[in-house]
Ligand binder design. Sequence first.
Ligand code: ACO
Length: 326
Amino acid sequence: MNVRITGTGSALPEKILTNADIERLVDTSDEWITTRTGIKERRIAAAGEYTSTFAAEAARRALTMAGTHPEELDFIIIGTVTPDFPFPSTACLVQDLLGATNATAFDLSAACSGFLYGLSIAEKYLRAGAAQKILVIGAEVLSRIVDWQDRNTCVLFGDGAGAIVLEASESGHSLLTTHTFSNGSFWNLLYQPACGNRNTADDSRTIDERLFYLKMEGNEVFKHAVRGMEEAAIKALDANGLAPEDISLMIPHQANRRIIDATAKRLGLGPERLFTNLHRYGNTSSASIPIALDEANRQGVLRSDSTLLLVAFGGGLTYASALVKW
Ligand code: ACO
């Protein structure tokens, strides 16, 4: 059974936080943020907006493009590290918001690789004939787990969601392969210490040491990110008998301009074959690839027969890739 992407959608908060706004919160500068990351602004959820809010809106747009009714969905899979609640899953909340009454809904935790992990799981269900239509979403409200007193991390992240509808197809195909990888030895390079059962709210240390907020060793993450994205990309190319010059466009996880450029350089891909939007949205973790894919799609950047390389890296550590024939 072949697998086709039939719809894409994205949703972002209206509120824009610029580098100049962040200069008023911590000791930083637009010049530092721009040269070290490429980010100029990011979107921030307003009070009353949650991960499920953006996930459902992105999903509605993808479903409309696909011409799919929510009741036709067999599964809803959401990659997120910022669910509305630890449980129930944000996917169940989105199922309710959409009225997708026939779907099995679940979240998965693979940090910034969450969307590609979800795509990989959906691909297996569809190829096995166990489902016909699956909604895969990456959605985050990272602004609520970012420490707005920590200049090392608060400049990097933003909120938003992206979604795709995947369908089983006997004729055309668009998803060629997916690959996923994990390396748990470096779990503590990027993590949220509290909100699980190790550091609980009744322990004063949790509050005093601000353990509810994301912690990151940026330099180390940077090195692993470049190596992991290259490895995942090469695996995807080898599996399809392709070389870097066969790639029309790489849509990488939008973590940092320098990580993207270093990965592209190792693969021999010039800037004309990179799609980036992180200057406007920052790092939206699992949402970054589906948001970028939807923007590229709606801007007409994706031509019929384009070969797309999607590649991600995130906390876990996790990394993943997908090859798509548009
Ligand atoms: N403004 C000004 N100065 C800063 C800031 C800031 N916002 N943040 C750090 N600095 C300072 C540091 O304190 C340090 O100062 P010092 O030399 O006096 O100690 C100096 O800048 C250099 O710090 P480095 O950490 O070495 O800076 P680096 O060039 O590595 O850039 C960055 C930091 C941008 C975080 C980089 O390491 C990076 O992008 N890492 C990857 C992060 C990432 O992408 N994480 C997410 C990937 S996985 C996922 O998406 C969940």
